[in-house]
Structure formats: C-alpha cells, structure tokens
Design a protein around this ligand. Sequence first.
Ligand SMILES: [Zn+2]
Length: 372
Amino acid sequence: MDKIMVVSCEKVKKVYKVTLEDSPLYPDGKGGQLGDRGTIGNNNILSVEKNCVFLDGEVQLGENDLYIDFDRRKDIEVQHTAQHLFSALAYNKYSLNTVGFRMAEEYSTVDLDSKDLTEEVIKEIEKMVNDAIKISIPVETSIVKKEEAMTIEGLRKTVSEKVTGDVRIVTIGELDTNACGGFHVSNSCQLQIFKILSWEKIKGNYTRFYYVAGERALEDYYDKNKLVGELCRTLSCRENEINIMLDKVISDKKSAELELRSITQKYAEILAKDLMNNSENINGMKLVFYPENSMISNFLPKYIDLSEYILIFGESGQFTVTSKKINCKDYFDFLKTTEEVRGGGNESRVNFKGDLSEDLVFQQLKVYLSKL
Ligand SMILES: [Zn+2]
C-alpha cells in the first residue's frame, strides 16, 4: 500500500474534494484517457483532477493509505496502446491522420480525417493491427528534451508548441514513434485482440471508430456470442439463418397488422350500426358512448353519422368527443369549468385528458346536452 499526503479536504455537495501533495494518480480525460481509480483511506476515488481527487467520504489531513486500481490501469494501457497502433497503421498505409481520441468505460473512439473509407479498407486496418499484436512488438518509451523531440524524424504527430519541459516518446518497433504521456503496455502481444465495433461519419469530413481491445474485446465476443445463441433459440434457426428469419418475422408482422386493420375496420362498421341503434336520446340529441381507446374506436367516427349523432369514446382519463350536431369545443369549455382537463381541438372534434372516470365524462356530456 502506497502513502499519500492529503493537504485539504472539503465537502462539495455530497462528495469530498481532496487536494493531494505529489499525486501519482492519472487525471480523467488527460490525453483522451480514462483516469485512475482506487481508494484513499477507506474512501473510494470517484474522479481525478490534477493534484486533486473527489472521494465518497471524508479523509483526515496528513498521510493516508493510497490504493491504485492497477487492473483498471492495465485495461487503460491496453485500450490506449491499441489506439497508437490503429492510428499508426491508418497513417502508415493510408496517410490518415488521427484528429480525436476518447476512452470511455465500455469502448474507445478514434477519429480519422476521412469520410470516404470503405469497409475493405477498415477491415484491412483492423487486420494489420491484429497482425502487429500477433508478432509481439516491444513498446518502448524514452524521455527527451523538447528541442530534441522536435527534431525526431518520422514522428507521427509533431510535438505541440504548447508542450513545455521534457517529452516522452513512445515507439512501437518500426511501426510508430509518437510523443505521449499516457499509459502503454510493454509489448503489443498484451493487446490480445483488436476489434472495431462500428464507425460513423462525424463533423462532415471525419470518421469516428468505436473499438475494444484485450479483455474488453474478449468480453464483447462472449456477449455477442451469447446474444447470437439467444436469437437462434428464440427464432429456432441456425446462426446463418438469423437474418432470413428476422426478415420473415417482420414481413409476417406487417401482413398480420394489415389483416387486423382490415378486420377491425369491418367490425367497426358493424358496431357503429349497433351503437347508433342503441343511442341515448338527450334533449332530442342522439348520444353514442364507447368506453375504449383502441383501433376500433379510432374507426368509429368514419361509420357513425356525425351529422346526426354525438360520439364520445375513450378510457383511463383520455377521451374524444366528435360530432357535427353540437359545437364540441363549446362542450370542452363547459367541462373545463368543473374539471381539471387538458386538451383541445375544433368545433367538430375535441381530444382531452385528465383524472376523469368514463362515467363522469359521460354524465357531464349529458348535463351539457340537457342545457342546450
Ligand atoms: Zn499514448
């Protein structure tokens, strides 16, 4: 267990901001990388900034135990070195420049400065990265003065003018030389496997690649394989038949929906006749009530003679009143005087909702009609 000096500790909302002396912790997001995690005293490190961390509990000032999660750091090394290899091979073979990098907890992204990469090219770069992993290339770092760094030939990216002090140079055999302050593995074979998950065009001219490497890639393969197995069981088919089966399921669903729609429409036509025959007469006006919000109720206005009848349908606090016999908007205004309702519409149709029972809405409509 390492030791760390805590200089200050203050509560910020529900967490504690802790200033450290000579923090060995890698900050979140620096160079696109994930930051370190671990514990200080008995408290978990939630996030890391330069010389300061956020903890989930209070810590005493002075010397404290520090535990750094090195499994996480190993994963960070793997994902980050994978980015070096991917960027290097895309540059070496296709002159593509890396214009962005971000590591997240589940995957990482690299942005290349082209929008026209074919699937073949992408597959080729992925293969080259995996070939480089296979032949175990040492990854070496050296510290040089900035002036010296500026003169190194074959540097993938020139050292920024903003950099001050010494520069760390990371080389992967003959493949790559680049200035970088992040974490790296010591040999390409530690990456195990590199997999591009997907890619998309961004900012008009760039392509963003989502990738995983090492344990993350193995975990991803395990998950995808499990998913494929589940799909095969659900669809009762082999792996290579999943697409065909899904096309069939979607096409069957479409046909069933069309058939259901047609049957519903026919049923609504028959039901409308029955509802009109059994309508309630209020103050000389014929009222039809259908207590449902369904495909059937949506077809009813088509088959109920709205110049003669007033149709109200709905349930669970959501209703529609439609007719040419009354001013539906006027009824809605009447309802608003006693009930809390939201909605609107026009003279021949209003839709509204509120905490209203079917009974109440129907009774209020009857009261309204009896006053006309
Ligand atoms: Zn690096």
